[in-house]
Ligand binder design. Sequence first.
Ligand SMILES: Cc1cc2nc3c(=O)[nH]c(=O)nc-3n(C[C@H](O)[C@H](O)[C@H](O)COP(=O)(O)OP(=O)(O)OC[C@H]3O[C@@H](n4cnc5c(N)ncnc54)[C@H](O)[C@@H]3O)c2cc1C
Length: 243
Amino acid sequence: MNLDWKSLIVLTNPPVNPRMAVIYPVEGDNIFMVGLLGIGKTYPPTDKAGFMEFAKQIGVVEVQEIIEKSKPVSSIFGYREIGSRKYLFDKMKKWPDNFIALGDSVCSFNPIYGRGITVVAMCAKILKSQLENNRKTNNPIEKGFDQSFQRKVAKANSFPWLIGTSEDLRWPRSEGTRPNPLTKIMQKYVNDVMLLGPGSEIATRSFFAMLHLLKSPLVLFHPSIILHILYKKLVKNIKKLIK
Ligand SMILES: Cc1cc2nc3c(=O)[nH]c(=O)nc-3n(C[C@H](O)[C@H](O)[C@H](O)COP(=O)(O)OP(=O)(O)OC[C@H]3O[C@@H](n4cnc5c(N)ncnc54)[C@H](O)[C@@H]3O)c2cc1C
């Protein structure tokens, strides 16, 4: 199949469209992973007809076309879990000796944002460095090692948790404290960056670098991204005035 794109991502549009699609090559250029995702209880069905109907409801014809024209190499797999979950192990007054927890056992993120493995890897690096430091002091395991590690894990989880949950809170049915005005402004700005996506390499790269925790969110405030957003808004307003 000749395609003029490398990956096709249709994002949700809170609070209007809870459906999302991700299509990208997984082995060479001939095998693609097709993922249909829904927010809340908008579950993509795992039977072929239901899957196609969900793809249609995404409202982007290319999603439907590529599924229709392709030959499946596996059956459809589904995963149904809503929300994110975090245990405050770092706040526990009593903690068993020589016991640590990391990964999903501490904090499990809504998989729609795809960053659980990244955070586990970050925590594994923290553990390595803490063990190396401990070895230098010649103690087998120093007292408080585990609780100190749990605090570092909590810190590593905090930013991905914040960006994931504030995204989830855009949906009226999500439970939790509503975002404050500053968070709402940030959500709107991130939305504007995403909308630049297909036409702006720097916006796309910056957005994914932030999403996959490779760079700080400040990367989204590159002057050329800000100017591009302002330019788009100016053009939009001029068009409105002309009408
Ligand atoms: C649908 C989906 C898509 C995802 N997509 C992404 C993505 O694109 N990018 C990303 O970074 N993250 C993604 N994640 C998140 C990621 O998979 C998890 O964050 C990550 O796997 C957590 O690793 P873990 O080692 O903590 O737990 P797990 O990977 O769940 O490993 C725990 C292991 O312990 C075993 N186990 C459980 N109980 C016991 C027991 N009593 N005795 C012995 N063994 C036991 C389990 O069988 C399992 O093998 C996704 C998650 C889901 C569900």
